[in-house]
Design a binder for this molecule. Structure first.
Ligand code: FUB
Length: 326
């Protein structure tokens, strides 16, 4: 079934890339189709709702079809008011915006506080390398679409941060109802969290271990009703998306299960969960474009639904994406 869907998608996708107006799985005017972007490769989505608009910040895969490893130099932003019509705001941030960094624009996350937009990025440090040499930097802007500029002039997290991990990537920030902000990050089956000060640019206390069953990378925290949900890429690499819940953003986290299985042709499985206009969405990446692959991924959006008891239903991946909302 999945293979048949992919074959059909490949044909429609080839048309889209060749300049036809329909995207993969698009139903004219009613759904966008998945992936939501078909004229470039996008990865590691991080959605943000602001002023009745959904912004999806993404990484940008530029690797060729044969070389192995991620080739990523900038981050993009796409926005929509209705889940069908998307605007590409272009690359809003590049590795060159961080003078102290040397490259590798890995997963990122934008969050808003007091009218400012903070973009937390995974990026390779130019001079600090104790382990893998990755770090977390922050850019800031007065608008969700920039201009963004390096907010610190150095990294927030590096290999030298006490209790950091071997591969310091995949930041995600959660701001609780009481205003306390938390930074989560992790990869290679090791993850951390730390409180942030109100300025969003300094750590507030010691870096703590993020203990969640099966966690591999890509932590993301959201709240539904009174429960905190920690979703993540889990079960090693290639990864599935799994989740745990807690009554606190600091844990302890109780394992709940898998919500998205392995992705065909993509070893990474990087998700985000957000509510927009009364609907919950699962934003992730696949490799569903015709020339897609492990290092040539594409952002998709599908519905996320809860059971009565608050558990999350397994995600049903579609080629249509989600219905239009107005
Ligand atoms: O895109 C580069 C890396 O691949 C991300 O940082 C991980 O989450 C995985 O998706």
């Amino acid at each position: 079934m999945i293979r048949k869907t992919l074959q059909r998608s490949a044909v429609v996708g080839a048309l889209a890339l060749a300049g036809a107006s329909m995207g993969i799985g698009e139903v004219a005017g009613k759904t966008r189709g998945n992936p939501i972007v078909t004229d470039m490769f996008t990865a590691d989505p991080a959605p943000l709702v602001h002023d009745d608009t959904l912004y999806i910040y993404t990484g940008h895969d530029i690797q060729n079809e044969t070389d192995r490893f991620f080739k990523m130099q900038d981050w993009y932003c796409f926005s929509t008011e209705n889940m069908v019509d998307y605007k590409n705001h272009g690359p809003l941030l590049t590795v060159e915006d961080f003078e102290w960094a040397s490259g590798d624009a890995f997963a990122s996350h934008v969050t808003e506080r007091d009218g400012k937009f903070y973009w937390y990025v995974s990026i390779r440090h130019g001079s600090i390398r104790v382990n893998e040499g990755f770090s977390i930097g922050v850019a800031v802007s007065d608008s969700p679409t920039g201009p963004f500029k390096d907010a610190i002039g150095g990294a927030l997290i590096t290999d030298e941060t006490p209790n950091s991990i071997v591969l310091n990537i995949d930041p995600a920030v959660f701001i609780d109802d009481d205003g306390q902000a938390y930074l989560y990050w992790g990869s290679w089956s090791d993850a951390r969290w730390v409180k942030l000060k109100d300025n969003m640019l300094e750590l507030d206390g010691e870096v703590q271990n993020l203990d969640a069953k099966n966690i591999f990378e890509a932590p993301w925290v959201h709240k539904y009703k009174d429960t905190y949900y920690l979703s993540y890429a889990g079960s090693g690499y290639p990864s599935k998306i799994e989740y745990s819940t807690s009554d606190s953003p600091m844990g302890p986290w109780e394992y709940k299960g898998v919500i998205n299985g392995l992705m065909p042709r993509s070893e990474t499985n990087h998700q985000a969960i957000i509510e927009f206009k009364g609907n919950w969405y699962f934003v992730y990446h696949s490799s569903a474009l015709p020339t897609g692959g492990v290092y040539r991924r594409s952002v998709c959006v599908d519905k996320l639904e809860y059971n009565e008891d608050g558990t999350i239903k397994p995600i049903i991946r579609t080629t249509t994406s989600v219905p239009r909302v107005d």
